[in-house]
Write a protein that binds this ligand. Structure first.
Ligand code: PLP
Length: 438
């Protein structure tokens, strides 16, 4: 039984396995971004041939309902006709000029209209650049060096932010990537997510030296971990009292939880906002925006330097504007909410029927199904869930045509393209997959 099942599974992904072996000869680990290698699920990756709407198609001819959505950007679905049309039209007029265009001003205005806290915006090419620029701005503006971040929050791969808590103590910042000098890691103080006392302690301990508190308003890179009641509001109050800037990393949550991001959903006014993923509509775009007095210290008006050959690239900007235009239409967020709520309820019921303990955390169209019978509020909570069970669940779902993120520490992303039929098929597959691991 097991042997033939395994064989079938291998045959199903024969071309992907061959392609991966070939890729490994020329790309470190066979991929250009680590999680794509499927290391988190003890398997090899699926090589994608194409995608349309809620579906992706691999090079073996398998079809999947996709809950990765390129890790967030594809909120309107893959290959949306108006995004593709915008990209094609832009490409015909030239792919890059390195000079200002009308489209950049128009996109900036759309972002400013969407976010109450944003008066000016700089367009860049990735979320990493957005957060890197935000902390440089915060340091330049406050003339302080220390950044407080939360364990389990991901802010891209710049040196200052590849730091996670060793022991959960504020002062125990260690570089979690080789190649990040301790001298830089030391300037990043890590506290547990959802622990307001730890933020207070860190603010007190480093008082007078702190540039900013940086947080994902909804943790979405350790699976989905929502803020506990009052968490974000209290951080806002503490930052204001101490003259510390508050930066929301809304690279995932911006234009996803609401058009105006998590700050709209929770009613928080922040100093700087980092955007990425969705604003590119599947092309490389990042943005940092915020108060004009802070943004204006960026070069060329101010002393904080930042630049980019492809920043505001016309094709990327066209995809971005087309995507935001779709999301601005009435009813989008209601549709995302109802599809996602249906999925959440279905998964919960399927797990219960199979006798599998799960905790599902959901905010709008992002959710995570953790294998545990306890609430999940911190990175440590996530780490204590049953990762082996997740791996089996992942394999069961992939075999049934459901493409989940290949890691227990990632979210499920629902898009506007997910139909009722997609959600029902997913719940059915989940039922079978839960029963298999039970
Ligand atoms: C993905 C992500 C980033 C980094 O964005 P890239 O475009 O991958 O550089 C930063 N912050 C958060 C919250 C993210 O999810």
């Amino acid at each position: 039984m097991i042997a033939s099942g395994m064989k079938e599974k291998l045959n199903k992904h024969q071309e992907s396995a061959r392609a991966f072996a070939e890729a490994c000869r020329v790309l470190p680990g066979g991929v250009n971004s680590p999680v794509r290698a499927f290391d988190g699920v003890d398997a090899g990756p699926v090589f994608v041939a194409s995608a349309k709407g809620s579906k992706i198609f691999d090079i073996d001819g398998n079809e999947y309902i996709d809950y990765v959505g390129s890790w967030g950007p594809m909120i309107v679905g893959h290959a949306h006709p108006s995004v593709i049309a915008a990209v094609e039209a832009a490409a015909r007029k030239g792919t890059s000029f390195g000079a200002p265009t009308l489209a950049e001003t128009a996109l900036a205005q759309k972002i400013i209209d969407a976010f109450d806290s944003i008066e000016k915006v700089r367009l860049l090419s990735s979320g990493t650049e957005a957060v890197m620029t935000a902390i440089r701005l915060a340091r330049g503006y406050t003339k302080k060096d220390i950044i407080i971040k939360m364990a389990g929050c991901y802010h891209g791969h710049s040196d200052s932010l590849l730091v996670a808590a060793g022991s959960g103590l504020a002062e125990s910042a260690i570089a979690s990537s080789a190649g990040v000098p301790d001298a830089i890691a030391k300037l990043t103080v890590v506290v547990p997510y959802n622990d307001i006392e730890a933020v207070k302690a860190a603010l007190a301990k480093h008082k007078g030296n702190i540039a900013a508190v940086l947080v994902e308003p909804v943790g979405a890179n350790m699976g989905v971990v929502p803020p506990i009641n009052g968490y974000l509001q209290t951080i806002r109050r503490l930052c204001t009292a101490d003259g510390v800037l508050l930066i929301f990393d809304e690279v995932i949550t911006g234009f996803r939880l609401a058009f105006g991001g998590a700050q709209e959903l929770f009613g928080i006014n922040v100093d700087l906002t980092c955007l990425g993923k969705i604003i590119g509509g599947g092309l490389p775009v990042g943005a940092v925006g915020g108060r004009a007095d802070i943004m204006d210290i960026l070069a060329p008006t101010g002393p904080v330097y930042q630049a980019g050959t492809l920043s505001g690239n016309p094709i990327a900007t066209a995809a971005a504007s087309a995507t935001l235009d779709i999301l601005a239409e009435k009813g989008c967020y209601e549709k995302l909410e109802s599809s996602s709520a249906k999925l959440e309820a279905g998964l919960a019921e399927a797990a219960k029927d199979a006798g599998i303990a799960v905790t599902i955390n959901r905010v709008g169209s992002i959710q995570s199904c953790f294998f545990t019978d306890r609430p999940v509020r911190t990175f440590a909570d996530v780490q204590s869930t049953d990762i082996q069970r997740f791996k089996k669940f992942f394999a069961g779902m992939l075999g049934r045509g459901i493409y989940l993120a290949p890691s227990a520490f990632e979210a499920m992303f629902v898009s506007l393209a997910h139909s009722t039929d997609d959600i029902e098929r997913t719940i059915e597959a989940a039922g079978a997959s839960f029963r298999e691991i039970g």
